[in-house]
Design a protein around this ligand. Structure first.
Ligand SMILES: Nc1nc2c(ncn2[C@@H]2O[C@H](COP(=O)(O)OP(=O)(O)OP(=O)(O)O)[C@@H](O)[C@H]2O)c(=O)[nH]1
Ligand SMILES: [Mg+2]
Length: 362
């Protein structure tokens, strides 16, 4: 899975990036005008994998992974070249999810491009800039088609759809709200529009706000998030990043002080999985304990295909047990005795936390 971090400049995007990936990229109190994208991979924390790894003591333990991209800040007017422009958005065009980092923290030493703290205004600004970036793409493509000497019939059909998109965007309608036929969607599948992507808002608070559970315009922001059918999470970016950089045995004390049971990466990945409708299943053995990410409602046969296409093609049965059941029983033998290891067919809908052993024949 790929996640792109977006937001105004100086709101804590790189801080959050460091918190989740431990990449240790430098941050600055001043606008830097940097135009490069930071990229790094984070493992998805999962206590079930921790447990399975202790139980099997495998040569290799593989958590699910998320690739994070951290881009420079977008400002109002970025689509017209303000700030450092918006060309860098190309590097997150293929993201499966956007996380919009918005500033709530109060710190006179860190400049705010709009001078005041107003997360609602800033969220609207970024939504608009993403919409304008889509508009730009649609306009350019329309121009290119219209200036071509000879145009194929399929491309003419595409032109009609693009005009429809342009009209929506001009009326500030994000593309995910547009009702398109399957055929139209197919024509557009290579474009990767921003206003079609799922988006989570991460509010970056200071320690005081975080402890009090309050920050400027919180109610309005929650309302806006509901309206836009998105999720809100609160992070305490600076402090959490500093804690994440400590050796694990030293973290607890600082986490307690912030009333934190988990660091941002846990909360973020859980919210993302839930919002995107994703679950995990596991494969276990002496060689490897591994987490696999699938959509909810995936059949055992399709899930097997994630591991290898041969397993999908030659699927016979899946031996399945939920990792919680295994943990409660202590050993696989005991769980088997208690009838918790099931034999499931190809239509079985895989549940979150299932351990699967696929029997196949090719
Ligand atoms: N007080 C406080 N400062 C923070 C917090 N999060 C980030 N900062 C500071 O804000 C400044 C900017 O943080 P970055 O993470 O670099 O922000 P950014 O969004 O990546 O900025 P650009 O890449 O320039 O767009 C740095 O000096 C951070 O230390 C926070 O929660 N509280
Ligand atoms: Mg940055």
């Amino acid at each position: 899975m790929q996640i792109g971090l977006v937001g105004l400049p100086m709101v804590g995007k790189t801080t959050l990036f460091n918190l989740v990936t431990n990449a240790g990229v430098d941050t600055s109190k001043y606008l830097t005008g940097k135009t490069e994208t930071n990229e790094s991979t984070a493992k998805v924390p999962d206590r079930r994998i921790d447990f399975l790894s202790r139980m099997y003591n495998p040569k290799k333990t593989t958590y699910a992974q998320i690739e994070f991209s951290d881009v420079p800040g977008l400002v109002q007017g970025a689509s017209q070249g303000k700030g450092v422009g918006n060309q860098f958005l190309d590097s997150i065009r293929h993201s499966d999810l956007l996380i919009h980092v918005v500033r709530a923290f109060d710190d006179p030493d860190v400049i705010h491009v709009e001078d005041t703290i107003d997360p609602v205004r800033d969220v609207e600004t970024i939504y608009m800039e993403l919409l304008l970036a889509d508009m730009d793409l649609v306009e350019k493509r329309i121009e290119r088609i219209q200036s071509a000497k000879k145009v194929k019939k399929e491309v003419l059909a595409e032109l009609d759809v693009l005009k429809k998109l342009l009209e929506a965007l001009e009326n500030e309608v994000p593309l995910h709200q547009l009702e398109l036929s399957e055929q139209e969607q197919e024509m557009l599948q290579n474009y990767k529009f921003f206003s079609e992507k799922p988006l989570i808002i991460a509010v970056n608070t200071d320690e005081q706000q975080f402890k009090n559970g309050d920050y400027p315009r919180k109610k309005d922001l929650e309302e806006l998030a509901r309206e836009k059918n998105t999720r809100l999470i609160e992070i305490c970016g600076q402090a959490e990043m500093e804690i994440a950089e400590l050796p694990s045995e030293d973290r607890e004390l600082f986490m307690e002080d912030l009333n934190l049971e988990e660091l941002g990466i846990d909360r973020l990945t859980r919210t993302a999985y839930d919002y995107l409708g994703l679950i995990s299943f596991f494969t276990v053995g002496e060689d490897e304990v591994k987490a696999w990410t699938i959509k909810k409602e995936t059949s055992a046969r399709k899930a097997a295909g994630k591991i290898h296409s041969d397993l999908e093609r030659g699927f016979i049965r899946a031996e399945a047990i939920n990792s919680d059941d295994l943990e409660q029983n202590g050993t696989m033998a005991k769980a088997r005795e208690n009838g918790l290891v099931r034999l499931e067919g190809k239509e079985y809908i895989v549940k979150d936390g299932d351990i699967l052993n696929i029997r196949f024949n090719v």
